[in-house]
Design a protein around this ligand. Structure first.
Ligand SMILES: Cc1cc2nc3c(=O)[nH]c(=O)nc-3n(C[C@H](O)[C@H](O)[C@H](O)COP(=O)(O)OP(=O)(O)OC[C@H]3O[C@@H](n4cnc5c(N)ncnc54)[C@H](O)[C@@H]3O)c2cc1C
Length: 394
C-alpha cells in the first residue's frame, strides 16, 4: 500500500545525498539525511571543482560526457550562485597532443559539446600566462564551482521542503523486518556518543566511495572502487579559464582557477580503504611538473597545499582511468532479494542532480508514489540558508 507521506532515510551528505534529499523532499517525502561528519566532508568537499563540459571524457567515455554537458547546462541555470562561468581551453603542447585532436573534435560533436578552435595568438592574448609553446587551443563550456556552496545550496533547498539533516551521525547497521528487508538503520550520534535508530519506508545508501562498505552491513554487494586523486593548490590565480591538456585523461591534465588560487589535478589510483589515503610527495612533485608545462610561471609560485579524496567509481574488470565516470542505482530487491534499500554511487559532482533524479524515480516506482522530479526547473535556495536558524525566512 502506498503511504500517505512516504518516508526516506538518505545515508551520506555529499553532493549526491544532498541533491537526493532535495529531490525526494520536493516530491513529498519526509526525509532524514544521516552524515557521519559535516556536510560534504567526504569526497565532495575535496574535489577539484570543475563544472565539466564533458570534453574531458568525450573520446573514451561518451555516456559520462553526455551526462556532463546536459547537467552543465542545467546547473548553470539552477546553481548560478556556486559557479564561475569562466569557460575552458584544451591546449596542445606537442605532436602527441595534436594527434589526439581529430578524435577529440569528433567526440565533442557526437556528445553535443560546443567546441571552438581559437588561434594561438588569441589564446595567449586572453591567457598571457599560458605556455607560449602551445600549438593549438579549443574553447569549451567548462566552469569552476565552489564545492561547499554547491553542497550547501542543495541542502538548503532540501531543508526548504522539510528535510532534516543529522550531521555527525554514523550509520553502523541496518534494521530488518522478519523477512530480511531493510526498514531503517542503527547509528551513533557522535556529538552525544549514544546509539540512535531511524525507520523509514525506504533507505538510500548515497555514501560514494564508502557505498560498498555500507552495503556490506546489509549483506549486499556494491562494486564500488575507491579511486583517489591528488590536487595541489597554488597561492596565485594564474589563469581565468580552466586549462586542460589536449590528451587522453592523464595525471595533472586540468588546471583550475578557484577564487584567488590555481589548482592542478589530478592522479588516479586504487585503495582498499577510502578512509586512509596518504598524500604521496612524488605525486605532488609530478603535479607540480605537469602544472608548469601548462603555465610555466607556476614553477616559482608557492604551493598552498595538497589534498586527496577518493572517486566512487563503479568497478568491473577494468581499473583506474578506464573505469567509466557514469553512475549506477542499485535496487537491492532486484539484485539481492533485499527490499527497502537502494544504493546510488559513481558519477561526478557535475552530474549529482541527475543521479539524484534517477534514484528518486526508482524509489518512487518501488513504492508506487507518482510525483515527477522537478529539480531541473527551479534555482536552488541560497546556500547561506543551510546555516541559518531553522524557521527563519530569508
Ligand atoms: C580527486 C578528485 C577530483 C574530482 N574532481 C571533480 C571535478 O572537478 N568535477 C566533478 O564534477 N567531479 C569531480 N570529482 C568527482 C566528485 O567529487 C565525486 O563524484 C562526488 O564528490 C561524489 O559525491 P558523493 O556524494 O557521491 O560522495 P561523498 O561526497 O563522498 O559523500 C558520501 C558521504 O557519505 C558519508 N558516509 C560514509 N559512510 C557513512 C556512514 N556509515 N554513515 C553516515 N555517513 C557516511 C561520508 O562521510 C560522505 O560525506 C572528483 C573526485 C576526485 C576524487
Amino acid at each position: 500500500m502506498t503511504p500517505s507521506k512516504p518516508t526516506a532515510i538518505v545515508i551520506g551528505a555529499g553532493f549526491t545525498g544532498c541533491a537526493l534529499a532535495y529531490d525526494l523532499a520536493q516530491r513529498g517525502f519526509a526525509v532524514d539525511i544521516l552524515e557521519r561528519g559535516e556536510l560534504t566532508s567526504g569526497t565532495s568537499g575535496r574535489t577539484h571543482g570543475l563544472l565539466h563540459s564533458g570534453a574531458r571524457y568525450c573520446v573514451a567515455d561518451k555516456e559520462a560526457a553526455i551526462e556532463c554537458i546536459q547537467e552543465n547546462i542545467i546547473l548553470r541555470k539552477i546553481a548560478k550562485q556556486c559557479i564561475e562561468f569562466n569557460g575552458g581551453y584544451f591546449i596542445s603542447l606537442n605532436e602527441e597532443d595534436l594527434a589526439y585532436a581529430p578524435a577529440f573534435i569528433a567526440g565533442a560533436q557526437d556528445c553535443g559539446i560546443p567546441l571552438e578552435e581559437i588561434g594561438v595568438k588569441q589564446s595567449l592574448e586572453t591567457e598571457p600566462a599560458l605556455n607560449p609553446q602551445i600549438l593549438t587551443a579549443y574553447r569549451v563550456p567548462d566552469g569552476s564551482f565552489d564545492p561547499l556552496r554547491l553542497g550547501m545550496a542543495f541542502a538548503a533547498s532540501a531543508i526548504n521542503y522539510g528535510a532534516v539533516f543529522h550531521t555527525f551521525v554514523e550509520v553502523t547497521g541496518f534494521l530488518f523486518d522478519g523477512k530480511g528487508n531493510v526498514i531503517g538503520v542503527n547509528a551513533v550520534d557522535r556529538h552525544a556518543n549514544r546509539p540512535v535508530a531511524f525507520q523509514a519506508d525506504i533507505t538510500i545508501n548515497a555514501t560514494g566511495a564508502w557505498a560498498g562498505k555500507v552495503a556490506e552491513m546489509a549483506r549486499v554487494p556494491v562494486p564500488v572502487r575507491p579511486t583517489p586523486g591528488i590536487m595541489v593548490a597554488y597561492e596565485k590565480r594564474v589563469t581565468q579559464h580552466v586549462i586542460n591538456r589536449l590528451c587522453e585523461p592523464a595525471d595533472g591534465d586540468i588546471l583550475l582557477p578557484q577564487r584567488r588560487m590555481a589548482v592542478i589535478g589530478t592522479t588516479s589510483f586504487e585503495v582498499e580503504d577510502a578512509d586512509y589515503i596518504p598524500v604521496d610527495p612524488d605525486q605532488i612533485q609530478n603535479m607540480h611538473k605537469r602544472a608548469a608545462m601548462l603555465v610555466p610561471e607556476l614553477q616559482n609560485i608557492k604551493m598552498r597545499g595538497a589534498y586527496m579524496s577518493a572517486r566512487p567509481l563503479i568497478g568491473g574488470m577494468m581499473s583506474g582511468r578506464s573505469l567509466s565516470r557514469t553512475f549506477k542505482c542499485y535496487d537491492h530487491k532486484e539484485n539481492d532479494g533485499v527490499d527497502g534499500l537502494v544504493t546510488v554511487t559513481g558519477g561526478k559532482a557535475t552530474t549529482c542532480r541527475v543521479m539524484a533524479e534517477k534514484t528518486a524515480d526508482l524509489v518512487c516506482q518501488k513504492i508506487g508514489w507518482e510525483r515527477p522530479g522537478e529539480t531541473q526547473h527551479y534555482p536552488l535556495a541560497d546556500y547561506h540558508r543551510y546555516y541559518q536558524p531553522r524557521g527563519l525566512q530569508p
